[in-house]
Design a protein around this ligand. Structure first.
Ligand code: URA
Length: 240
């Protein structure tokens, strides 16, 4: 005689299997559902950043829009815990449309790698999105026109720490006029927007300054600043 199928039991077993192999199974402490929510949030952030980049590429808010070869909106992870903010694109960046790809960029890569991180793990951008002719200092009106792009990028990414590279980035984001020597080495707060949590900001020497003043003391100062960043993020500090 054929065995009667216990439909309820089959359904229960199937449900248990499903839970074991998918729903109840956690990867890095997160359920599948939580992972789906995370990846939807990441997609949204990325598309918001892409929109800003598209605006930057068309931008003519200041005269630099006429003289640039390529605008340089910034690049990196939309989920970055650290955002590095420099001054403005130089010749290499203007040619390639990517931030920190010249000599200073190579040094920034070394600093990021020394921190135990990869360039793709962080977000890298500048106060100005276009190169000032002959790499002159950014003008206040240019900063005023360009800053909203950076402010929106930071509001979307919500990094835990901003590393301001050099005096122009630090002074602009902190709205003060102190020297980088005075500003570096301690945490400040940057306010990304109404109702948003403040973001910790560490100022340090610009890699181009380090290249011009390549002393052991200056390198150590930057490394001390980056160790504070890693410590704040509870990340291991690699031996040097
Ligand atoms: N210097 C900067 O400040 N930004 C770059 O992208 C390159 C050099």
């Amino acid at each position: 005689m054929a065995k009667e199928i216990d439909t309820e039991k089959v359904i229960r077993q199937h449900a248990e299997m499903e839970t074991f192999f998918s729903g109840g199974f956690t990867v890095k402490g997160k359920t599948n559902q939580a992972q789906q929510v995370d990846s939807a949030a990441m997609e949204k952030k990325q598309s918001q950043l892409d929109e800003i980049a598209a605006e930057v590429h068309k931008c003519r808010r200041c005269g630099l829009g006429e003289t640039r070869t390529n605008a340089v909106p910034g690049e990196g992870s939309c989920d970055a815990r650290i955002a590095f903010v420099g001054e403005a694109p130089g010749a290499d960046e203007d040619a390639q449309g990517r931030p920190f790809v010249g000599r200073a960029g190579k040094l920034l890569d070394k600093i990021i790698n020394a921190m135990g991180l990869k360039r793709e793990d962080v977000f890298i951008c500048n106060i100005l999105k276009c190169r000032p002719p002959d790499n002159r200092d950014p003008r206040p009106d240019e900063i005023g026109q360009c800053l909203p792009y950076l402010q929106r990028q930071l509001e979307i990414i919500e990094p835990e720490i901003i590393v301001a590279l050099g005096a122009h980035a630090a002074r602009t984001l902190l709205e003060n006029t102190k020297s980088i020597g005075q500003l570096r080495g301690q945490f400040y707060e940057y306010y990304p927007g109404l109702g948003k949590m403040p973001i910790k900001l560490m100022a340090t020497y610009h890699p181009a300054y380090l290249l011009r003043n390549y002393s052991k003391d200056n390198r150590l100062r930057v490394w001390e600043d980056m160790k504070k960043v890693l410590d704040e993020l509870n990340l291991p500090i690699p031996e040097r």
